[in-house]
Design a protein around this ligand. Sequence first.
Ligand SMILES: [Zn+2]
Length: 116
Amino acid sequence: MIWYAMLDQAAARRSREEAHNRKLAAERKRDLEWSKEFPDHPQKRQRGWAQPATIEEGHQVNERGYEQACVWAICNATGDASESSYGTGPRSINRCLLLLSKTCSCGARWHEEVEG
Ligand SMILES: [Zn+2]
């Protein structure tokens, strides 16, 4: 029985490693997409280097005249606000954080969402 338990552990460790590698690959892909979308601001996310920012949700009238949910980021240090992005999903939030990092006067290379 002990052998089965060890095999189970090895399989569990392997699947954890695979999940971790998938996560890293997804992050690399996302960074690449962002650096294409914002070529003058390559993704420079580093742990411990992020300025906290608050995400606010609201509504905005889009080009076709419809009201649409949107988000924007506000730097906790300077109160600077980013441009808003349509949608409230992680991609919209990350886009706001990236835009804020480009324009914010606090000089941080990256802003990280904190619970507001
Ligand atoms: Zn800032």
